[in-house]
Design a binder for this molecule. Structure first.
Ligand SMILES: Cc1cc2nc3c(=O)[nH]c(=O)nc-3n(C[C@H](O)[C@H](O)[C@H](O)COP(=O)(O)O)c2cc1C
Length: 279
């Protein structure tokens, strides 16, 4: 079997714990190989990302499909060191942010459509949850497409949704007007080291045929926890003083502990304060 098909199979086997058939005569195996083996990066070389390259990648990302051709997503580029550091200071738990030569913010823009209605002298009776939802979905697709484009040219990226913990402050810093909210940031740079593949839940849980079927959820999660721990165990346990020290600490224990504390419970209030009607 040629190398590409083999490397896709190896990456997906590590990712999902399943051997998938890969037809070595398929077109686009190089793109599949980069998707199958992708991973986030959190360490960068001290090398700038040329503005022209970044613009090219933004253009490719914004070529993504857009719901009803409404084009409700924007990208904000932050290169200025002082601004990046000001954001990084809000997130000391993520030092990789201040090291990245470029930081992007992907925006859901629910503002342009009502502005266009006004420009064209038309009513806008669609100021409800769907406006926020459509803009957010578009922004997420643009983010994912940017990631793919950046990785295709050898850049390393790490999306940063934790900026939403400080949405109001960052929104003011970036002069975000009403009905424009950040969905996530993204560190972009030339990777300084190869990070590893992160195992995903088995396809038996996340790909459904004809009807939704969880199967034996507990058994599948348990098997996933053990497979993942064998590849890359968690280094630390969250809040042992609250939850005790687990003999076996897997992904599900980590996620259950992580979400046993309210996180970003004020985000809805921020989005409403930004003028979105979420009814
Ligand atoms: C929308 C989104 C937000 C994320 N936010 C953060 C973040 O705030 N900080 C961080 O270090 N990683 C963040 N990540 C990266 C994930 O932690 C990472 O994708 C996950 O651990 C799986 O690793 P992999 O992408 O290498 O497979 C985010 C990823 C996505 C898709």
């Amino acid at each position: 079997m040629p190398d590409l098909a083999q490397s896709i199979q190896a990456a997906l086997s590590e990712r999902f714990g399943e051997r998938l058939d890969v037809d070595s005569t398929l077109r686009g195996l190089d793109e599949l190989a980069s998707l199958a083996g992708r991973r986030v990066h959190r360490r960068w070389l001290e090398r700038e990302v040329a503005p022209d390259l970044l613009r090219l990648l933004c253009a490719c990302a914004l070529s993504a499909p857009s719901k009803r051709d409404l084009q409700q997503s924007d990208i904000l580029i932050i290169r200025e060191k002082a601004k990046r550091h000001a954001i990084a200071e809000l997130l000391p738990e993520m030092p990789w942010l201040s090291d990245a030569p470029v930081f992007l913010v992907f925006l859901a823009n629910g503002r342009r459509l009502p502005q266009i209605a006004q420009l064209r002298g038309k009513p806008f009776p669609n100021d409800h949850l769907d406006l926020f939802f459509n803009a957010t979905v578009d922004a997420a697709i643009v983010l994912a497409t940017f990631l793919r484009a950046a990785e295709a040219v050898g850049l390393g990226c790490c999306p940063i949704s934790v900026i939403r913990d400080h949405a109001r402050v960052i929104g003011e810093m970036l002069a975000l007007p009403d009905k424009v909210v950040p969905i996530a940031g993204m560190c972009v740079g030339w990777p300084a080291e190869a990070s590893g593949i992160t195992a995903r839940l088995p396809l038996g849980l996340t790909v459904h045929e004809e009807r939704f079927d969880e199967g034996d959820l507990a058994a599948q999660i348990d098997a996933y926890d053990r497979r993942r721990a064998a590849l890359r165990p968690f280094r630390n346990q969250r809040e042992p003083e609250r939850f005790g020290r687990a003999e076996f600490y897997g992904w599900s224990e980590d996620k259950a502990r992580q979400y046993a504390t309210p996180l970003r419970a004020d985000f809805g209030a921020f989005v409403r304060a930004k003028g979105f009607d979420l009814e």
